[in-house]
Ligand binder design. Structure first.
Ligand SMILES: NC(=O)c1ccc[n+]([C@@H]2O[C@H](COP(=O)([O-])OP(=O)(O)OC[C@H]3O[C@@H](n4cnc5c(N)ncnc54)[C@H](O)[C@@H]3O)[C@@H](O)[C@H]2O)c1
Ligand SMILES: [Fe+2]
Length: 385
């Protein structure tokens, strides 16, 4: 029997339209709190969908400050700026409302607002001291699962990404409201949805912390995500498909928070960091190649997942594992995402830089079922070119 531990956020509310009642919902759970900070970004604000939750908060006697300057793959200075606002207004509760970028900023603001620690001191695993401000996470993409993970990803310097991993980053509450995701453009829906599927796949094959709870969550997540991704891309207003995507992304988040992601993410980070390719798309560009590379080490597990993504799959274990790689590649093709690194402006002369950078993702590579050398990383990027 596997020994394992499993943690997640204590309260998850999954209901279309739930955030229209955000004020009363939070008032009931945080009766003494007055001043809240909403952390979001301009892209989501433009949809107008933040208006109802903000109105509901104010009607429930919350004083709402807004930090709206989150950008994709948030750099350190964005977090520093949000912290200034939080401290200036003596914020008592932080709400992340947006994609992974907004939720990741919200986590660090909640952790650092009343802390003597600096950003530089908390990178890595378990380096956060003390407690944080109350934290509520509301995803508006069905992708990162950040609403239920203990991870925050920050762009440091010009191109590098670093992670903060600590139990304090688990929120007090996550709210899944598909009405917030209906305006998500098809390309973002596809890329973020594939990111979520990668979380499930990498959790299922995670080398050291694979566990029965994460396995069950990963399987359920893959089932929901693979059955609803195309529907959500083709008809953004399909509320049932949108809620299923949010649920799938959250379950995948719970899975990989406890059985961490690996080489797909390690190879994707430099693509995002250096070339500003969105996180989900970066993953999707390297995914089929990493799956085929890893198959040598975890062919049975991939074959198991293939039966979820391609229900009528048959043949040998190897054939089924290959069917998973093909199916994942097809999600990108059907949804019209770029399929090669060349299509996002990367050339052969960039591959050395990418391979060098990928090797710095030691934490992620250590979770991969098969050892990835620098030569392997280069070869995988070459296949993706
Ligand atoms: N903490 C974690 O566990 C974790 C896991 C994976 C990735 N990440 C990080 O999350 C970030 C990526 O997050 P993401 O993929 O959710 O994208 P994102 O938060 O960067 O948002 C992508 C784009 O979508 C727009 N958008 C968001 N919601 C929208 C909506 N409902 N309607 C219209 N537009 C909307 C945003 O304005 C933005 O332009 C990266 O920084 C990545 O490293 C974190
Ligand atoms: Fe991811």
């Amino acid at each position: 029997m596997t020994s394992f531990s499993f943690a997640t956020v204590p309260l998850i509310l999954s209901a279309p339209g739930a955030t229209k009642e955000l004020g009363p919902e939070l008032r009931a759970r945080f009766p003494a709190i007055r001043r809240v900070l909403l952390v979001t970004d301009q892209g989501f604000l433009r949809t107008g969908l933040a208006d109802a939750p903000i109105h509901s908060l104010r009607a429930a006697m919350f004083h709402v400050e807004q930090f709206t300057e989150v950008v994709a793959d948030p750099p350190e200075h964005v977090i520093e700026k949000a912290l200034v606002l939080a401290r200036e207004h003596d914020i008592e509760l932080v709400i992340g409302l947006g994609g992974g970028s907004s939720m990741d900023v919200a986590k660090l603001v909640a952790v650092l607002a009343n802390s003597a620690q600096s950003m530089a001191e908390i990178y890595g695993i378990g380096n956060v001291h003390g407690s944080r401000l109350p934290l509520v996470q509301i995803p508006t993409t069905a992708g990162t699962g950040s609403e239920v993970t203990n991870i925050s990803i920050v762009t440091t310097g010009a191109t590098t990404k670093k992670g903060v991993v600590a139990p304090q980053l688990y929120a007090d509450m996550a709210i899944l409201d598909a009405e917030l995701t209906i305006g998500l453009p098809p390309a973002v829906t596809a890329a973020t949805g594939i990111d979520a599927m990668v979380h499930a796949i990498e959790a299922y094959t995670s080398k050291h912390k694979k566990n029965p709870l994460s396995d069950g969550l990963a399987r359920q997540a893959l089932s929901l995500l693979s059955r609803h991704l195309i529907r959500a891309c083709e008809n953004g207003h399909d509320l049932a498909a949108r809620q299923a995507m949010l649920l799938g992304a959250m379950l995948a988040g719970q899975a990989f928070a406890n059985a961490p992601v690996a080489a797909v993410h390690a190879l994707a980070y430099p693509i995002g960091g250096i070339f500003h390719v969105p996180h989900g798309l970066s993953n999707s560009l390297v995914l089929p190649h990493v799956l085929r590379f890893n198959a040598e080490a975890c062919v049975e597990q991939y074959a198991e997942l293939a039966t979820i993504v391609v229900p009528h799959v048959d043949g040998s274990v190897a054939a089924r594992a290959e069917a998973l790689a093909v199916a994942m590649q097809q999600f990108g093709t059907i949804t019209g995402l770029p399929r090669t690194l060349s299509q996002v402006g990367i050339t052969a002369s960039d591959l050395d830089l990418l391979a060098d950078d990928a090797m710095k993702q030691v934490r992620l590579l250590g979770n991969n079922p098969r050892t990835v050398t620098r030569e392997d990383a280069y070869a995988l990027y070459k296949l993706a070119l």
